[in-house]
Ligand binder design. Structure first.
Ligand SMILES: Cc1cc2nc3c(=O)[nH]c(=O)nc-3n(C[C@H](O)[C@H](O)[C@H](O)COP(=O)(O)OP(=O)(O)OC[C@H]3O[C@@H](n4cnc5c(N)ncnc54)[C@H](O)[C@@H]3O)c2cc1C
Length: 302
């Protein structure tokens, strides 16, 4: 007999950061008849491989505000759930290496200031004062957000899952959702390898697998995966653990430093399947994160 409930109001599919955060927030809203289904273990998808930068500035004001809310949550989540999140508010530095990017950064500053997000525009020299090893010969200007930071994505996800459970939400690891059932154009349930759950609503948080799952019921999810490559460094003189995270959009490069240093380089989204590409770079320095990255490489194959 299945250990899954016969029915739920909401079924969340996927136990990465998005699924666990959705379950957490639904629980907080009183939607406790929510069941989350993860086909492997929580955080076993892309979340496991994330670099962990938490930057709030985006070109969309709504997304920036959502990220401001995330930072506010990350500041209190560990205390709320008793689980470490790796949250560190070491600030974020964004470089503008051409006049167009500098114009964009200054526009973003206006948006950020309009809803009270602290953001400072810096000269190249001021940016270098924050990151002394940096060559600023091609830097036009920079933005510094003191409330940006970094976190351990897997730990944050586990903390959100615990927070969701504390509200009454149920989480199942291992069942795979094989089909979404509909009646008269509305969701009526999910079929899994451990039984069926009748439900009123589904939140599809299956990450890069959402597209296929949604397509099975005629819904188009325009989601394309981008693969990152990364490098792992030896410890470097001049790299202090409290340096801010660093992004250079023009070079598609970012660095995270904690007990570790990570550099990720992102190239343009390509529309071929994920497994054909390996075009990102990440440098990581440290012990625990090093071990995670090694496992991550083996587990990347889609
Ligand atoms: C703190 C933090 C910092 C980050 N920093 C960066 C960064 O610096 N740079 C960057 O590029 N990205 C970053 N990311 C984003 C990250 O790279 C991923 O994009 C993100 O974690 C994806 O989350 P997800 O929940 O959508 O997908 P996933 O983590 O992939 O979760 C989807 C889950 O759905 C499950 N699933 C799939 N199909 C089914 C099914 N049929 N039945 C049941 N379960 C199913 C999978 O097993 C998987 O666990 C960050 C994320 C976090 C949390």
């Amino acid at each position: 007999m299945s250990d899954l409930p016969a029915s739920a109001r909401v079924v969340v599919i996927g136990g990465g950061i998005v699924g666990c955060s959705t379950a957490y927030h639904l629980g907080k809203l009183g939607e406790t008849e929510t069941v989350l289904l993860e086909r492997h273990k929580l955080t076993s998808g892309s979340t496991f491989h994330a670099a962990g930068l938490v930057g709030q500035l985006r070109s969309s004001a709504n997304i920036t505000q959502m990220l401001v809310n995330s930072v506010s949550l990350y500041r209190s989540l560990e205390e709320e759930t008793g689980l470490a999140t790796g949250w560190k508010m070491n600030g974020g530095l964004r470089l503008a290496c051409n006049p167009e990017r500098w114009t964009e950064v200054r526009r973003q500053a206006t948006t950020a200031h309009s809803f009270g997000l602290e953001m400072h525009l810096l000269t190249p020299k001021e940016a270098q004062d924050l990151w002394p090893l940096m060559d600023v010969s091609d830097v036009v200007g920079a933005a510094f957000l003191p409330t940006d930071g970094q976190a351990n994505p897997s730990d944050i996800t586990q903390a959100l899952a615990r927070g969701a459970r504390q509200t009454g939400v149920t989480i199942f690891e291992d069942p795979t959702v094989s089909a979404i059932e509909t009646q008269n154009g509305r969701v009526s349930g999910v079929v899994t390898d451990r039984g069926r759950i009748a439900c009123e609503k589904i939140v599809c948080c299956a990450g890069q697998w959402s597209r296929t799952l949604a397509a099975s019921v005629g819904v188009c999810v325009p989601l394309v995966s981008v693969q990152h490559q990364y490098m792992i460094t030896e410890p470097m003189e001049g790299i202090a653990p409290d340096l801010p995270t660093l992004r250079d959009q023009a070079a598609d490069l970012f660095l995270v430093i904690g007990e570790a240093v990570r550099v990720t380089q992102r190239r343009k989204v390509r529309r071929e399947p994920l497994h054909r590409h390996g075009d990102h770079v990440l440098v990581l320095q440290g012990n625990q994160r090093h071990a995670n990255a090694d496992r991550g490489v083996q587990r990347t194959a889609p």
